[in-house]
Design a protein around this ligand. Structure first.
Ligand SMILES: Cc1ncc(COP(=O)(O)O)c(C=O)c1O
Length: 386
């Protein structure tokens, strides 16, 4: 079919429009210098920069101990070891998260048990956690989804009452506060992740912070092939892993953590601008902070009204050069979870409803105001058409 001139022009201008990425790391000259210093030093792993990075992170989250690891997933896996999770055990976690929060239990032969979430916070509903406890339950992995702190006091009380370990998947929450204190400062192990879409990046990388010297010693050994503090390079006191973070990655992390406040502030400003631009658009914006919960902005996720074809909206924005994503699918409905454990629709209705309606907009510390305007305008048009 022949196109009119204006249709053709519109297509050309859309394809010529600059693409707006879903996320982007913020790397500056200081980061580059620090990485180069390590490269020039010749000591690319097990050097002095790893501990420097750990010190800065421990200070930022108010934890006495920090062990850097190769990814957030590795950190979660090691926390299963700390909790003594093994074959036959059950680990309760959130279905509305990244798969690693549940996979870590499977790595140790345990079964993930999904408790439903609270529709407003999108974090684990403590009542659902308590209802999911059985004699086989060993641990709870609570997630601070999209940087919004989970209900720590209630979850800690439940774990205390039932003798369970609490592991906090804080991979998305660096800088968040619960009841005025940083996430990570409450004593139990908290896991951090530094993939390039995170607030702070090391390329790939992660960390576990804890208030326990004993847990820290075990983490340090487990990440380093089970070596003991006293043993030489080829002496291994236990079965371990190579989950070390190299010094090149750690150097990038040092640069990032040195300006953590600026990074968090910029992300907060971008979120605030979205909130203003989206006023009057028919969708739910992210839950606001309250006295007990201060979010660290990881992604900007909106919830569309029921009945709107969310995937069509994402496709249409993609056609306009704007990358959005269907954050987050419910973990229990991933194909390998269905096949392995027989999970199906209806297990966690609140999570499933959120999964069908939520989407992440482009979001990073240096997203330009004009780009945000373009995203919101395109979203408005896509919603009208959906
Ligand atoms: C909630 C959550 N848990 C765990 C992870 C895993 O982190 P990594 O990708 O560093 O293994 C991520 C990272 O995307 C995450 O968002």
């Amino acid at each position: 079919m022949a196109r009119t001139g204006s249709e053709h022009d519109a297509r050309v201008s859309v394809s010529a429009a600059r693409k707006i990425a879903l996320s982007a790391p913020w790397i500056d000259e200081r980061d580059e210098e620090l990485v180069l210093e390590v490269l020039r030093s010749g000591q690319l792993s097990l050097g002095p920069v790893g501990p420097r990075f750990e010190g800065l992170l421990a200070e930022a989250v108010g934890a006495p101990y920090c062990a850097a690891v190769s990814s957030g997933t590795a950190g979660l896996h090691l926390c299963m070891r700390l909790a003594g999770v093994g074959p036959g055990d059950e680990v309760i976690t959130s279905p509305y998260s990244f798969v690693a929060s549940a996979n870590c239990a499977i790595y140790e032969g345990a079964t993930p048990v999904f408790a439903d979430i609270d529709p407003s916070t999108l974090n684990l509903d403590p009542a659902a956690v308590e209802a999911a406890i059985t004699p086989k339950t060993k641990a709870v992995v609570a997630v601070d989804i999209f940087g919004y702190p989970c209900e720590l006091d209630e979850l800690l009380a439940i774990c205390d009452r039932h003798g369970l370990a609490l592991v906090e998947d804080a991979c998305e929450a660096l800088g968040a506060l619960y009841k005025g204190r940083p996430i990570g400062s409450h004593g139990h192990p908290a896991v951090w992740a530094f993939y390039p879409n995170k607030q702070v990046t090391t390329g790939e990388g992660g960390a576990v912070t804890t208030g326990s010297a004993q847990e820290h010693d075990l983490l340090v050994s487990l990440r380093n092939q089970g070596r003991l503090e006293t043993s030489s390079w080829l002496q291994h006191g236990r079965l371990g892993f190579n989950y070390r973070l190299d010094d090149i990655s750690a150097a990038l992390g040092v640069g990032q953590l040195e300006r953590l406040d600026r990074i968090l502030e910029s992300r907060g400003e971008v979120a605030e601008r979205y909130a203003q631009l989206l006023a009057g658009v028919d969708l739910e914006t992210p839950l606001a902070n309250d006295a007990d919960h201060v979010r660290s902005w990881f992604v900007y996720v909106v919830k569309l009204p029921a009945g709107v074809d969310r995937d069509a909206v994402i496709t249409r924005l993609g056609g306009d050069g704007i990358a959005c994503a269907p954050y987050l699918p419910s973990i229990h409905l991933q194909s390998y979870m269905r096949e392995r454990f027989g999970f199906s629709e209806g297990l966690c209705p609140v999570s499933e409803d959120a999964s069908a309606r939520t989407m992440a907009l482009p979001f990073h510390a240096r997203l330009a105001h004009d780009d945000q305007r373009r995203v919101v305008e395109a979203l408005r048009i896509a919603l009208e058409a959906a």
